[in-house]
Design a protein. Structure first.
Length: 500
C-alpha cells in the first residue's frame, strides 16, 4: 500500500506516519511534510520523484500532476490498473491531507495578499480526488481520525462504511473551506453590503435535540463553523429547542441595559423585565409584572448571580437561569435543583445577520442594533424627568417583545406587557389588564406607530401619562391631538422595532 501525506497541520503527524511505516505502508510526501518525516528518520518518497518536477512557483504547484492524481483517481478495475501500470504508476491507497489555515489567517487580521496566499489549491484537489474515489481510497482530513484509521489498517483495513464516512467529512471540510474564502472575498469585493449576493453558510451540528417546538418535529442545535459557543451549561437537563430560542431572546433583552437587569421570558416574550441597583430587587420587580406567567420561564440577568438571588427565586419553577457568572454559594444552592439548566454566558460575538427559514429559502437581515433615529416631543406637554427615564426604559424593552408590542412601565420595571396581538388596540388592552392599578401613572412604549387615536384613548383610561412611539402614521396629527386632549406627553423616535 502507498500513502500520500501533505499536511499543513502537523499535529500527531510523526506518530501517525511511523504507525503507517510499521504496517509496511510506503510513504509519499510533499514539501514540508516530506522534510518533517525525513527529519524524524522515516523513509519517504518525495512527490517530485513521482512527477519528475520540483516544486514550482514558490510551492504553489507541487501535487497538481497526472502522476499524483492518476494513482489516486484510478478505480480498482483491470482497465484502470493496467493503464496505470503502462504509465509506470502505482495506485495510492491513502491520502492524508489538510489545508492551509485560511480561516485562522483572516481571523488574525491578515491583509489581502497574505490571505490570498493561504488559499489552498493542490490540497483541495487531492482531497476531492481521494474522497471521490472512496470506493478504493481512504482519505483523512482530520488528525483526530489518525488513531482509529491505524486500528482499522492493523486489522483488515478501513471498511467501505468508514471510507464513505471519511469521504463525507472531507467534502464537508472542503465545502466549509470554500465558503470561508467566498465570505471573505465578498467583504473585499462587496464592502458596501451586509447582505451578499450569495450566502455561503456553514454550521456544525452541536447536538441533536429531543424534538423541536412539538414532539413530532425533529430538531438539532447548530453553530456557525468556527464560532465560539454563546453559553456553557453548568448543570441541569438537556436544553430543548424552545429553551434555546427563549434563552437567546432573554439574553439579548438584558444586554440592552448597563445597570443590573433581569428578564423573565415565556414563549419568546418578556413577562417581566426590570432594572435596579440591586439585582435581587430587580428580579422581584420583574416577577411582580406577571408572576403567573413566570411559572416555567427562562430568566436572564446581566450581573453575576449570588446566593441572595437564588434564595429569592426560591421554589418558582424555572427552566433556565442565565448569567455572566455565578458565585460558588449560588452554584451550591442551584445544585439542589438538578433539573434547572444553569447557563453561563461566554461573551461570544453575536452573528451580524439573523436568519428565518421560509418555504423555499431564507430571510436574512442585520441585527436590530439601533435604538432611535431621534427623540422628539410632539405633544404640548413635556414629559417629566421620571417619565422620561421610564420612557427610555420601556422603549428598550419594546425591542424584545413580539409585535404588536405595548409595554407599560414605571420606575424602571414593566408593569404590563401586551405582546403578539394582531391589533395594537388589543395589545393596549392586554397590557392594561395585566397591569391593573399599577398602570396609574405608568408610561407606555409602542414598537410601531398608532394607526388610530383609539389606542391612545384606551391607554389614558388605564392611567398612562406618557407615550413613546416611532410616529409615521398618516393619522399622526389625530393621535397627537388625542394625546394633547387627554393631557399625555408623547415622544416620537422615528424608528420602529417590529419583532416577528
Amino acid at each position: 500500500m502507498h500513502a500520500l501525506l501533505s499536511v499543513s497541520d502537523k499535529t500527531n503527524l510523526i506518530e501517525f506516519a511511523r504507525g503507517l511505516h510499521e504496517l509496511g505502508i510506503e510513504l509519499i510526501a510533499s514539501g514540508g511534510t516530506a522534510t518533517a518525516l525525513t527529519a524524524a528518520g522515516l523513509p519517504v518518497t518525495p512527490v517530485s520523484a513521482l512527477t519528475g518536477y520540483p516544486d514550482l512557483l514558490d510551492g504553489r504547484v507541487k501535487t497538481l500532476h497526472p502522476a499524483i492524481h492518476g494513482p489516486i483517481l484510478a478505480r480498482a478495475t483491470p482497465a484502470h490498473l493496467a493503464e496505470l501500470a503502462a504509465q509506470g504508476m502505482t495506485p495510492i491507497d491513502l491520502v492524508i491531507c489538510n489545508l492551509y489555515p485560511f480561516a485562522q489567517t483572516i481571523a488574525a487580521g491578515a491583509g489581502e495578499e497574505e490571505a490570498v496566499e493561504q488559499i489552498d489549491i493542490g490540497g483541495v484537489a487531492l482531497l476531492r480526488a481521494a474522497a471521490k474515489n472512496y470506493e478504493r481510497v481512504t482519505v483523512v482530513v482530520d488528525p483526530a481520525d489518525y488513531g482509529p484509521l491505524l486500528m482499522h489498517l492493523a486489522a483488515e483495513g478501513a471498511p467501505l462504511a468508514e471510507r464513505r464516512r471519511l469521504a463525507l467529512k472531507t467534502f464537508r471540510h472542503t465545502a466549509a473551506y470554500d465558503a470561508a474564502i467566498a465570505a471573505w472575498l465578498s467583504q473585499q469585493a462587496e464592502p458596501d453590503t451586509a447582505t451578499p449576493a450569495v450566502l455561503h453558510l456553514v454550521a456544525e451540528r452541536v447536538q441533536a435535540l429531543r424534538y423541536g417546538e412539538n414532539p413530532h418535529q425533529q430538531a438539532a442545535l447548530y453553530r456557525w463553523q468556527g464560532a465560539a459557543p454563546a453559553f456553557t451549561q453548568l448543570q441541569g437537563k438537556e436544553l430543548s429547542y424552545n429553551n434555546l430560542g427563549d434563552l437567546d431572546g432573554a439574553w439579548g433583552a438584558v444586554q440592552e441595559f448597563t445597570t443590573p437587569a433581569v428578564a423573565i421570558i415565556k414563549h419568546a416574550n418578556p413577562c417581566g423585565l426590570a432594572t435596579d441597583a440591586d439585582l435581587t430587587a430587580a428580579y422581584a420587580r420583574a416577577l411582580a409584572c406577571d408572576p403567573v406567567s413566570a411559572f416555567g420561564s427562562i430568566i436572564a440577568v446581566n450581573r453575576p448571580v449570588d446566593a441572595d438571588l437564588v434564595e429569592t427565586i426560591g421554589s418558582l419553577f424555572v427552566e433556565v437561569l442565565a448569567a455572566p457568572d455565578f458565585t460558588p454559594e449560588a452554584l451550591a444552592l442551584l445544585g439542589k435543583k438538578q433539573n434547572l439548566r444553569v447557563m453561563q454566558a461566554t461573551g461570544a460575538t453575536p452573528s451580524p445577520l439573523q436568519f428565518v427559514s421560509i418555504q423555499g429559502g431564507l430571510l436574512a437581515q442585520t441585527s436590530d442594533d439601533r435604538l432611535v433615529a431621534k427623540i422628539e416631543t410632539v405633544s404640548r406637554r413635556q414629559p417629566t424627568e421620571r417619565e422620561m427615564a421610564d420612557l427610555r426604559f420601556a422603549w428598550r424593552v419594546a425591542k424584545w417583545v413580539k409585535s404588536n408590542a405595548i409595554i407599560f412601565a414605571r420606575d424602571g420595571a414593566t408593569v404590563g406587557i401586551g405582546a403578539g396581538q394582531m391589533s395594537r388596540l388589543d395589545a393596549v388592552h392586554y397590557a392594561g389588564m395585566k397591569a391593573g392599578d399599577r398602570a396609574r401613572g405608568a408610561v407606555l412604549a409602542s414598537d410601531a406607530f398608532f394607526p388610530f387615536a383609539d389606542g391612545i384613548e384606551a391607554a389614558a383610561r388605564f392611567g398612562i401619562t406618557a407615550v413613546i412611539q416611532p410616529g409615521g402614521s398618516v393619522r399622526d396629527e389625530e393621535v397627537i391631538a388625542a394625546a394633547d386632549r387627554l393631557g399625555l406627553a408623547m415622544l416620537f423616535t422615528g424608528m420602529r422595532h417590529f419583532r416577528h
